[in-house]
Design a protein around this ligand. Structure first.
Ligand code: SAH
Ligand code: SF4
Length: 379
């Protein structure tokens, strides 16, 4: 009986791992540089097209290795130019990747897991339950797919990827090694050459992993805070019960202060939910809470989805909250909602997750009838 050989997928290998791979097949380390350029700069996934490798090496690579991005199930383009790809990962679940073009920059929002185990009350991904961690190839593969697709467009400012945010589906710190490898490739000159300031990991606050992060990377950090006190954060972001604010905030400050560049700031993400966390007294508490945290604040108007009856606050409320923070010296922006006509806005990413937690079935059962939903997408 012949054994089927598991080919090594080179797409997700960092420079170090690629060198180790070439050594392991009896080849010189410098081959890794050639192959990485073919993969990430020229987006070639066929060894036969790698013309600076000899025929024998190309054949050998074809036998033991492959370059395999996740399968693209669909690609949608929003009226505002936002693009969304749905890709299928190994487990069979689908995850989503979103590209947001803006004047002079293009931000790619990348997923780290199929679903999410953390169940934040306002998040569509959380309601899907959890299926699996993405491999490093599946995380960097989203950048590869977007780069392939965007390069096929006529050149226009804002079409290329200048920033990556790990703000798609999943909690990146719960898929630590694969996410770190993929982010390393995003920043490597042999990968996508994006500056460390422009690669951002967003977390809901997995403190032990946060403590390890500084040892392996220096990407920018965003914290999904969403509440100015433990009582409210326990309800919105349940992992807060395990790692409350008094341990979470010092861990974030340690990370940012451990970076050599002292001007770096943590981005505080605060999803504004009508009547829940958007009152003037919440702003007062937030001002106090963040006093010793080097940060800028990004207010995200809640994006409604069908399994939630939270609502987005009025523009007046959003701007009043922003003013309060600004008057206390905080750099505070309101995130523009992009791509909601293709369900690509923050928190709307749901993919198609085979839920191993059975959480999504529970939510579907308790689902409010559409007629009674307070939140509708036209808000
Ligand atoms: N798991 C990570 C990264 C993915 S979520 C994290 O929680 O940080 C990316 C951002 O979108 C987070 O700040 C998250 O809180 C926010 N978000 C989730 N659901 C949202 C919704 N319905 N409306 C607006 N923002 C939402
Ligand atoms: Fe998971 Fe982030 Fe959604 Fe919370 S907000 S459920 S951590 S993806």
């Amino acid at each position: 009986m012949s054994e089927t050989l598991q080919k090594t997928n080179l797409l997700g290998l960092t420079r170090e791992k690629m060198e180790a791979f070439f050594v392991s097949i009896g080849e010189k380390k410098f081959r890794s540089e050639q192959v990485m350029k073919w993969i990430h700069h020229h987006r070639v996934d066929d060894f036969e097209q790698m013309t600076n490798l000899g025929k024998a090496l190309r054949e050998k690579l074809g036998q033991v290795a492959e370059i395999r991005a996740p399968e693209v199930v669909s690609e949608d383009i929003s009226d505002d130019g936002t693009r969304k790809w749905v890709v299928r990962v190994t487990s069979g679940s689908c995850v989503e990747t979103v590209f947001i073009p803006e004047d002079g920059r293009g931000t790619l929002c990348v997923s780290s897991q199929a679903g999410c185990a953390l169940d934040c009350s306002f998040c569509s991904t959380g309601k899907q339950g959890f299926d699996s961690d993405l491999t490093a190839a599946e995380v960097i593969g989203q950048v590869w797919i977007a780069a392939c697709s965007l390069n096929n467009q006529p050149a226009k400012i804002g079409r290329s990827i200048t920033n990556v945010v790990m703000m798609g589906m999943g909690e990146p710190l719960l898929n630590f090694d694969n996410v770190v490898d993929a982010m390393t490739l995003m920043m490597d000159d042999l990968g996508y050459g994006i500056s460390k300031r422009r690669v951002t990991l967003s977390t809901s606050g997995v403190v032990p992993a946060l403590n390890r992060l500084a040892e392996v990377t220096d990407v920018s950090l965003a914290l999904s805070l969403h509440a100015p006190n433990n009582a409210l954060r326990d309800q919105l972001v349940p992992i807060n019960k395990k790692y409350p604010l008094e341990v979470l905030l010092p861990a974030c400050v340690d990370y940012i202060q451990g970076l050599p560049d002292k001007s770096r700031r943590i981005t505080i993400e605060y999803t504004m939910i009508d009547g829940v966390n958007d009152r003037p007294e919440h702003a007062v508490e937030l001002i106090d809470l963040l006093q010793s945290v080097p940060c800028k604040i990004n207010l995200i108007p809640f994006n409604p989805f069908s399994l939630s009856d939270y609502r987005r606050p009025s523009n007046n409320t959003l701007h009043r909250f922003q003013r309060q923070l600004q008057e206390s010296g905080y750099n505070t922006t309101i995130r523009k909602t992009r791509g909601d006509d293709i369900d690509a806005a923050c928190g709307q990413l749901a993919g198609a997750v085979q839920d191993r937690t059975r959480r999504s079935a529970r939510y579907q059962q308790n689902r409010v009838e559409p007629d009674n939903l307070i939140a509708v997408r036209s808000l």
